[in-house]
Design a protein around this ligand. Sequence first.
Ligand SMILES: [Zn+2]
Length: 229
Amino acid sequence: MLDPLDIESRKDTLIWAARRCFDLRLQTNAGGNLSLRLGGGSAILIKPSGIGFNECSRDNLQVVHLDGRLEPSPFKPSKDLDFHLDLYRIRPDIHAIVHCHSPWATGYASAGLEIPCLTVQTIEKIGRMPLIPLSSNGGPQTEVEISPVFRDPAIRAAVLANHGTIGVGKTMMEAQYLAEIIEETAQIAFIRDALSFVHAGGRPDLPQFGTARDARAALDSAGAATRAG
Ligand SMILES: [Zn+2]
């Protein structure tokens, strides 16, 4: 059962994230897409095709059931709709998806490079952002390429070759923050790569440190070894 009050309040949440993406220049024009699971869990709210992130409003967002049935709408559904629906079907923990064509991250993806998790924050919060290649016929990625990567419940972010980024979360804010962290990480990686080539003549190895939990475990085992010795 769709709850009209739930739909209206979630529309405002989606509009908040869309404006934030636009203001941060993560998505200009009408590309990219974002969606949010509705209260009952069996339907979503999504930006239609041809509407910019900055033009999202209560009047143009679409409601779509997880089986693909579209509630009446004068707008055309996005071509990204199928991969959004499939991610909600395979991952009950996903309640929001932000997909945008942010330039630094898409630059890395277009060079065929996985964006490395270099900073303490990305190692803690993301772990890895797999690079998903174009479809086998050379077209944009669909659920055929995207869903297998997200079947791993640890994956929260991915980058699409020659296309853009995907961040997923338990809330819209979580997914939005991931869209921002992916782009920020790509900028950091670019600066690191450029400076490393200029000053050290090559790309340094990836950092070997782990999460704070890993560090505590290493300290604990070192302490235990010292006590045993
Ligand atoms: Zn796209």
